[in-house]
Design a protein around this ligand. Sequence first.
Ligand SMILES: Nc1ncnc2c1ncn2[C@@H]1O[C@H](COP(=O)(O)OP(=O)(O)O)[C@@H](O)[C@H]1O
Ligand SMILES: [Mg+2]
Length: 225
Amino acid sequence: MILEAADVHKRFDTPGGPIDVLRGVDLAVAAGETVAVVGESGSGKSTLLSLLAGLDAPSRGAVRIEGRDLAALGESELAALRGRSMGIVFQQFHLMGGLTALENVSLPLELQDVGGAESRARDALAQVGLADRATHLPSRLSGGECQRVALARALVVEPALLLADEPSGSLDEKTGDAVNALLFDLVARRSTALVLVTHSDRLSAACDRRLRLTGGRLVEGDAAC
Ligand SMILES: Nc1ncnc2c1ncn2[C@@H]1O[C@H](COP(=O)(O)OP(=O)(O)O)[C@@H](O)[C@H]1O
Ligand SMILES: [Mg+2]
């Protein structure tokens, strides 16, 4: 399994008292598998994705990526594993505003000291149709273009796993559709495993499996409840 979550709980302590957002999530994703996670707003989808990415730690339970328990890794090992094996795409693109499109895409390679970073980043930009935007800053790109840069940045390291949190959520429908089509095309071509948080029934139907986050747990199927 590329990704395993076992009995994952997450409690937030708030001024109003503790809230238990996740109450025993189990999930196993095989190499190359695509999994949609749906659920009402506030059900904990983004919280789950940040735990799967190792950006936050579960209150209880374990997350394993490529068989390695994230809780057993130090900060630098975790960063290395994330950089090597995971791509992450958020609703807001989180590009570095002071860097060009090309610099944003080559950054994950530079951080890993991988050779040929610039030419690989150029290839990745070309694959998302932005070869001619390489020198543009994010402020000079449209929302759809920014998300395509973010996709190129997530996939330039050829990760085994892509985590995507409503990647078209901040885009208009037509632009979002185009970004989603590109995302599916890229993961299919590379056999990248995908965990996709989405509101869209149509998008979830395009995944191998559909899971719903409800009551702090993941359940099979995407029927409304
Ligand atoms: N850092 C935090 N501190 C306190 N509460 C949080 C925190 N992050 C998320 N929450 C709460 O957890 C719940 C789930 O949030 P979230 O994971 O963003 O849901 P979703 O992505 O499904 O809309 C919400 O009630 C939210 O307010
Ligand atoms: Mg969310």
